[in-house]
Design a protein around this ligand. Structure first.
Ligand code: 2P0
Length: 335
């Protein structure tokens, strides 16, 4: 490999329509079930990686920048652990400089770890001289964050739980690309600030303490199959019904943990009510909710302006973003 190589990659975040909530292996970050998501356009991460003798900081460790500034230690160390995986795969022993910029608005409640680790997996593997297949790249991104495996793929992606112990079959593949169906997600932000409990810790607590965890797991394979069939048939009502029940069942399992995990706020409920009113009036829009209080509504593009306006007029909703399906992770430049 040449003395110094740099690669820059971009990835969009994704929103799960059938949720991932629980692991079968924490060391390899293997999900307990499959999941199914939509990768988003324009909201994500741009990450450049350079491996070189002089790329590290004064302490010789990887230099990690976020938004042009040195990253906070927790974030920097998570990136360094991920780079160790890439160095082991590529059989190199060089420090790296990593610079990430997020195009996800701050506190938007959109998972930046999904786009962040997808962009990092692609940029770091290429900068290390590796040429991974999409499946290998998705499995690598999964080591950073489970949801990141899905952001390697554009449009609708299915993440497999896999059965192998080494996780080599736990990766995402495409169900329908970003141009296959003209849908939109209207993201209604209902509160500013960070989420109360991070996904990783909340998942672990749900696994350990929720009496509903096993019941939750038992519902997921059927929901993945149903969502896939709905996407292939371009049937929004069918997909929306699965998305809503997957989200409510995930939150029910978390709510039953000890101590209870409650992500919703009054505006979350008000936004759900708005979508039900829209449906009663003949406009199809369906909610999903992640590890936070924000509500994401799935609709066809022709209805997006109406759905976004109704959400914006809902008490407690502070901002609405309308987002289209987007491509999978891509290389922006290499030198
Ligand atoms: C998902 N969420 O499927 C689920 C549904 C939120 C709710 O954020 O521990 O951040 O890094 O693998 O990928 C998935 O959690 O967790 C997630 P780790 P991750 O999108």
């Amino acid at each position: 490999m040449p003395e110094s190589k740099r690669a820059k990659a971009v990835a969009g975040t994704n929103i799960a329509l059938v949720k991932y909530w629980g692991k079968r292996d924490t060391a390899l970050n293997l999900p307990a079930t499959g999941s199914l998501s939509l990768t988003l356009a324009g909201l994500g991460s741009e990450t450049s990686v350079r491996f070189a003798h002089d790329a590290g900081g004064s302490d010789g460790r990887d230099r990690v920048l976020f938004g042009g500034e040195p990253a906070w230690p927790l974030f920097a160390n998570r990136v360094r652990r991920f780079l160790d995986l890439v160095r082991a795969l590529a059989k190199i022993d060089l420090p790296a400089e990593v610079a990430t910029v997020n195009t996800v608005p701050t506190a938007a409640g959109l998972a930046s770890s999904a786009s962040g680790f997808a962009a990092l997996a692609l940029a770091a593997s290429r900068a290390a001289g590796l040429r991974l297949s999409p499946a290998e790249l998705s499995a690598l991104a999964r080591r950073g964050s489970g949801s990141a495996a899905r952001s390697i793929v554009g449009g609708f992606a299915e993440m497999a739980a896999g059965t192998r112990k080494d996780g080599s079959d736990a990766y995402a593949h495409s169900i329908a690309d970003e141009n296959a169906w003209d849908v939109r997600l209207c993201v209604a932000m209902t509160a500013a600030g960070e989420k109360t409990v991070g996904s990783t810790a909340a998942m672990a607590l749900t696994e350990r303490t929720s009496p509903y965890y096993a019941a939750w797991l038992s519902t997921v394979p059927g929901d993945v199959a149903e969502a896939k069939a709905a996407i292939l048939a371009r049937d929004l009502a069918r997909l929306g019904s699965v998305a809503e029940r997957s989200a409510t069942r995930m939150h029910a399992a978390a709510l039953a943990a000890e101590p209870s995990i409650l992500y919703w706020n009054p505006a979350t409920l008000a936004a759900i009510a708005t979508l039900k009113e829209l449906r009663a009036g003949g406009t199809s829009a369906y909610f999903t909710i992640d590890a936070g209080p924000h509500v994401k509504a799935l609709c066809v593009s022709a209805d997006a302006a109406k759905v976004a306006a109704a959400l914006a007029a809902t008490p407690g909703v502070v901002r609405v973003l309308t987002v289209a399906p987007g491509p999978g992770a891509q290389i922006m430049s290499e030198d």
